[in-house]
Every structure is written in structure tokens, then in C-alpha cells.
Design a protein around this ligand. Structure first.
Ligand SMILES: NC(=O)C1=CN([C@@H]2O[C@H](COP(=O)(O)OP(=O)(O)OC[C@H]3O[C@@H](n4cnc5c(N)ncnc54)[C@H](O)[C@@H]3O)[C@@H](O)[C@H]2O)C=CC1
Ligand SMILES: O=C(O)[C@@H]1CCC=N1
Length: 274
């Protein structure tokens, strides 16, 4: 029988994961999502055919997995209020909240719990997410497999063996969709200055990014080799790449991603203080 999975929170991240689970054949009757008010649940219940509840404690009473999918800032209060119900059942806790350490969540929920912490990203909404996962020492092999199954329903899963590495995952994939969206904005503006209608430039840029990612994922060649294959000697790409390298693109990425990981560390310290 499928494990009973209760999502605390029914927003963007929860709906993305639930949608992916259902698409990949997970039984809807084994899924429950909660929110404080019925209005936030009507749409997800009608659209996805899952159980819903406005009572977190009752919803975790029969859960094998509790997915924490509320905003980090309210997590302390949400965990405190369902602590007794969680302790009575001891389900696997799977948190998608940015910044909150596994040990903090475990403490807020009363201690001695198997906790998987996940750093997902928004392309999960279209089944193309990339998530880093960390398991605390209480997580069993079967629970690891279950967490992998739930997150693989919306994309790629990579386990890290040290929790601090989730800060690097935040820099490489959690925050990274925004880097590419920035690149699309810049390419659209540049294409428009070169005379293309802006929406044409946008479509071409996005399709090119999609094609480059698909090609790189399907190829045995490294990104460097694929890049050189586009660069005809003395040609147009070589000129563009020279500009990007001379302008310090690699150094800029290094600095931006270091800043991102540092902010993830700061947030963990701030949010874990309660
Ligand atoms: N959206 C993103 O890009 C990413 C989000 N995350 C994490 O996912 C988590 C959820 O984020 P989103 O889904 O974007 O937020 P959201 O605002 O879309 O969803 C939050 C949900 O929590 C519900 N909620 C509020 N109080 C509640 C309570 N007391 N009990 C039960 N449910 C309650 C709300 O009704 C809403 O359904 C956050 O912790 C965030 O850090 C992580 C990585 C990326
Ligand atoms: O920007 C943030 O803090 C969150 C974490 C990863 C994506 N969004």
C-alpha cells in the first residue's frame, strides 16, 4: 500500500509536487494537503482529487510522511502546534523550506525524528525541477527511497551527505532559475536593440536555452566541447564568447553564487534562532 503523505501547506511548491506525484501514478487517495482556510484548498482538491484539511494535527495523525511546505517565517508556530500529533506518530518529516536546518525542525517538532531537508526550485511547477536533498541520521534507507520517489515526480534529485552543502545547492539550482530569467531579459533587450521585435527575441532566446540544456544533457561531450563546436574559427560566436570572457563572466558567476550561498547560511542562522 502507498505511504500516506500529508502536505502542510497547499501553495506553489506543495501543488507542484502533488501534481507531479499524481502524474507519475501516485494514488491520490494517499495524499492530503492542509491550509488554514477552506478557500485555499477548494481549487487543489477539485483539480487534483486529493484529501484536504484545515486541521494540521488531525492530518498528520495518519501520515507516514509529513511534507513541510509553508513559508519559513511561520514554520516555528506551525511545527509547535502539531508537535504532539507528530510525536504520537513519528512520520518521516520532509521539509522544502528554504534555510531551516533539519535539527531546528526536529527540535520544534519535539525531537527524535527522521528529517529530510530539500532545496527544490520553481521549475518543479512544470516537472523540470532540480532538488538537493539531505537526510539526518535517523532517516532509514526505505525513507530515503520514498523521499527520492516523491521529489523525482517533479524533476532531478541529488542527495548531499553534508547539510551545509544545501547552501551550495541553493546557489547552483535553488536560486538559479532567476539567473537564467535575467539572461533572457538581457538577451531580449539586446535582440531588440539589434532590430528584432522584443517578443521574437524572447522566444528565440528561451528556445535556444531549452535546446542547449537538452543537447548538453543528451551529449557525452562536456559543455566546453559543445561550446567549441559552435565557435567556428574567426566566426561570430568566437567574437561573442571573447566579449563574455573578457568582461569576467566566470568571475561574476563565482561572486554571485558565493553571495547566494552566504545568504543561505545567514538565513539559516536567523531563522533557526527561535
Ligand atoms: N517558491 C519557490 O521558489 C521555492 C519555495 N521553497 C519553499 O517552499 C515553501 C513553500 O513556498 P511556496 O509554496 O512558494 O509558498 P506559498 O505561499 O505558495 O504556499 C504556502 C502555503 O502555506 C499555507 N499555510 C499558511 N499557514 C498555514 C498553516 N498554519 N498550516 C498549513 N498551511 C498553511 C498557505 O495557505 C499556502 O497554501 C517555503 O518554505 C519556501 O521556502 C523552496 C524553494 C523554492
Ligand atoms: O530566494 C530565496 O530565498 C528562495 C530560496 C531558493 C529560491 N528562492
Amino acid at each position: 500500500m502507498a505511504s500516506q503523505v500529508t502536505f502542510i501547506g497547499a501553495g506553489n511548491m506543495a501543488s507542484a509536487i502533488i501534481g507531479g506525484m499524481i502524474d507519475s501514478g501516485y494514488p491520490r487517495e494517499a495524499i492530503t494537503a492542509t491550509a488554514p482556510h477552506e478557500e485555499a484548498l477548494t481549487s487543489i482538491r477539485e483539480r487534483l482529487g486529493i484529501h484536504t484539511s484545515t486541521d494540521n494535527a488531525t492530518a498528520v495523525a495518519s501520515a507516514d510522511v509529513v511534507v513541510l511546505a509553508v513559508k519559513p517565517q511561520i514554520m516555528h508556530d506551525v511545527c509547535s502546534a502539531m508537535r504532539d500529533a507528530v510525536q504520537a506518530r513519528k512520520p518521516l518529516i520532509l521539509s522544502v523550506a528554504a534555510g531551516l536546518p533539519a535539527e531546528t525542525l526536529e527540535t520544534w517538532l519535539g525531537g527524535e525524528l527522521a528529517v529530510v531537508r530539500c532545496m527544490p526550485n520553481t521549475p518543479s511547477l512544470v516537472g523540470a525541477g532540480a532538488a538537493g536533498l539531505y537526510a539526518n541520521p535517523r532517516v532509514s534507507e526505505a525513507q530515503r527511497r520514498l523521499a527520492t520517489e516523491l521529489l523525482e515526480a517533479v524533476g532531478l534529485v541529488e542527495w548531499v551527505e553534508e547539510e551545509a552543502l544545501l547552501e551550495a545547492v541553493t546557489a547552483v539550482s535553488g536560486s538559479a532559475p532567476a539567473y537564467f530569467f535575467l539572461m533572457f531579459e538581457a538577451m531580449e533587450e539586446a535582440g531588440a536593440r539589434l532590430g528584432l521585435p522584443a517578443d521574437t527575441a524572447r522566444r528565440l532566446a528561451m528556445q535556444t536555452a531549452f535546446g542547449a540544456a537538452r543537447m548538453a544533457m543528451a551529449s557525452d561531450k562536456t559543455p566546453g566541447e559543445l561550446k567549441r563546436n559552435v565557435m567556428s574559427p574567426g566566426g561570430t560566436t568566437e567574437r561573442a564568447i571573447e566579449h563574455l570572457e573578457d568582461a569576467g563572466l566566470r568571475d561574476i558567476m563565482q561572486q554571485a553564487m558565493t553571495a547566494c550561498a552566504e545568504r543561505a547560511r545567514e538565513m539559516a542562522a536567523e531563522l533557526g534562532k527561535r
